[in-house]
Design a protein. Structure first.
Length: 166
């Protein structure tokens, strides 16, 4: 099966709010495998559906060597704060200091439609925030401090992101 192309900054789907998944079926299972293959191919720790051109609320992530999917995710009760360099497969090669909560509550569903609820801390909390931002049409650069964002946009303009598509 061909790896789906990673959408990069400038693609309008990255700025869309994704719609909730309503059908937990074989089509969702197939797309979940596409997400996993893309995450592995692009060497990421997470991939959201809209990064592959599908405007639905699902992402795959791997913080511990065991990939998992989260459908219709929500995060709440954000606590703590840490600022470390963060990157994104849709803005390849660039990393900027990004503030994120260090602990939060996650709810959603697995691929079969069963409810999931857990507390995410540290790196996992960062992944949850990054991927749920994608599903809300946000990128990590939207969360940068003003001066850092200005520098990020300057560096992004210097890149030819269209060369990374396909």
């Amino acid at each position: 099966m061909a790896i789906l192309a990673m959408r990069v900054l400038g693609d309008p789907i990255l700025r869309e709010t994704c719609r909730a998944v309503e059908h937990f079926d074989a089509k969702l299972e197939r797309f979940a495998q596409d997400l996993l293959e893309a995450m592995s191919h692009y060497k990421g720790v997470g991939v959201a559906a809209n990064q592959l051109g599908v405007s639905e609320q699902i992402f795959v992530y791997d913080d511990d060597g065991e990939p998992k999917w989260l459908v219709n995710p929500a995060i709440a009760d954000l606590d703590g704060e840490e600022e470390i360099d963060e990157g994104c497969l849709s803005i390849p090669g660039l990393y900027f200091p990004t503030k994120r909560a260090t602990r939060l509550q996650v709810t959603g569903f697995d691929l079969a439609g069963h409810p999931i609820e857990f507390v995410a801390e540290d790196f996992l909390a960062r992944i949850m925030q990054h991927e749920t931002d994608h599903l809300a049409g946000m990128l990590y650069i939207d969360r940068l401090d003003e001066d850092v964002r200005r520098e990020a946009m300057r560096e992004i303009r210097d890149l030819d992101l269209s060369a990374n598509q396909g």
